[in-house]
Write a protein that binds this ligand. Structure first.
Ligand SMILES: [Zn+2]
Length: 59
């Protein structure tokens, strides 16, 4: 998972597409439109809850 790098298409603050990487390895991007710098970070894979988990706990 360390090799995956996601590229943001829009600035999360102003919505412009004028983004460029501020740091090559840290996933840091800077927006040329609003001059904000932000980091895109992977947190976790969220799995959906098992559907039979609720009915099983009742019995
Ligand atoms: Zn922006």
């Amino acid at each position: 998972m360390t090799g995956e790098r996601q590229v943001p298409f829009y600035c999360p603050y102003c919505g412009e597409e004028n983004l460029r990487p501020a740091d090559a390895d840290a996933g840091t991007w800077e927006c040329r439109a609003c001059a904000r710098c932000f980091t895109l970070r992977f947190v976790a894979i969220v799995r959906p809850l098992p559907r039979d988990g609720l009915t099983r706990s009742a019995g």
